[in-house]
Design a protein around this ligand. Structure first.
Ligand SMILES: Nc1nc2c(ncn2[C@@H]2O[C@H](COP(=O)(O)OP(=O)(O)O)[C@@H](O)[C@H]2O)c(=O)[nH]1
Ligand SMILES: [Mg+2]
Ligand SMILES: [Zn+2]
Length: 324
């Protein structure tokens, strides 16, 4: 039995890279079942599988194909829930080491709310995030200050931040080091520079970029298959559908606060252990926002996610102007 990594899936065939770097076309042997999981695809890119090789003759030539016998346990995965009623989900990718969110303050605008939703989703999936602030060449002094504040906010809660300019070619070594030897998904609004950055780091890798999210707007369910692209300097980049695919999991209101790391940490000091940090007395989170230990923008993002679930009103006066 061989062990390998699924790097491409077309539905019934999988391209598997064996541990010594050979590629095999593989099929699933019999029926694979994953306990407690209803999914349209049992195997996804990023899965490690055990497979055996079988010789088949094709066009009078001997060829080896693989038969996948089992999947190794996943450390995480991202899914897209189906829109129809089957309740089946589609696994986009498994075993992701890092989610890279490319952000620009402007051109186009990325709001802190958008960043925070992304971070919360990634926390829910247990995927570390790298924040890449691109197009620094375009910022005037005032915007640069704004950027510094934003970076301070995220670094203070332990998210790795890198500033880049694909135009001036700055920060690219840092970016390369940060994604090297990892399996990365890359996201961010259209136009922030994802393709440009990737093409500089890995010339020739023309990612069929991620604008597939548009199909979600129309409600159409396009079956898309992801692919792991190998980086020559080590690691992989996953060509994934957009941010929508990385959306929030179904969760209870109290769960949301678990995915805002600093809110979760602070909440151990709230009077009620199921405190929603809105109307409750003796709420340590509200105190921390008021005295500047928690960034107001983060608290506002948290309330924004809570709001569709319960009717929240801004529970406190926000002392500092926030970045939008
Ligand atoms: N000034 C400037 N422009 C950039 C930078 N990075 C990308 N761009 C430009 O932004 C536009 C969108 O980039 P693209 O890579 O297609 O964005 P994507 O949609 O995220 O893949 C292109 O015109 C790029 O040339 C940068 O760091 N500085
Ligand atoms: Mg692109
Ligand atoms: Zn509280």
């Amino acid at each position: 039995m061989e062990k390998g990594l699924v790097i491409k899936s077309t539905g019934s065939w999988y391209t598997v890279e064996s541990e010594n770097g050979e590629f095999f076309e593989c099929k699933v042997k019999g029926k694979l079942r994953i306990k407690g999981f209803k999914s349209t695809n049992p195997i996804a890119v990023g899965d490690w599988v055990n497979f055996s090789l079988q010789s088949v003759s094709a066009d009078e030539k001997e060829k080896k194909i693989g038969l996948i016998a089992s999947i190794l346990p996943r450390k995480n995965y991202i899914i897209r829930r189906s829109i129809n009623l089957s309740k089946q989900s589609h696994i986009i990718a498994a075993n992701i080491d890092q989610a890279v969110l490319v952000v620009t303050l402007n051109y186009p605008v990325t709001t802190s709310t958008f960043i925070d939703r992304y971070l919360a989703s990634a926390e829910a999936y247990s995927i570390p995030v790298l924040l890449v602030f691109n197009k620094t060449d375009r910022y005037n002094p005032e915007q640069t200050k704004e950027l510094d504040t934003l970076i301070n906010t995220y670094q203070s809660i332990d998210y790795q931040c890198i500033c880049t300019s694909a135009k001036k070619l700055t920060g690219l070594d840092k970016l390369q080091n940060a994604i090297k030897d990892k399996t990365n998904v890359i996201n961010g609004h259209s136009g922030v520079g994802k393709s440009t950055l990737i093409n500089i780091l890995e010339p020739g890798l023309n990612l069929k970029t991620m604008e597939i999210s548009d199909s979600h707007k129309t409600g159409k369910h396009t079956t898309t298959y992801s692919e792991l692209f190998k980086l020559n300097f080590g690691g992989y980049i996953i060509d994934t559908p957009g941010i929508k695919a990385f959306g929030m999991l179904e969760m209870e209101p109290w769960e949301i606060s678990h995915y805002f790391v600093e809110i979760f940490k602070t909440s151990v000091n709230c009077q009620y252990n199921n405190c929603s940090h809105t109307h409750e007395p003796n709420c340590a989170v509200k105190v921390a926002v008021e005295n500047g230990e928690i960034a107001p923008s983060r608290f506002i993002s948290y309330l924004g996610l809570l709001e569709p679930m319960i009717n929240t009103v801004l529970p406190i006066k926000i002392p500092i102007p926030m970045i939008q």
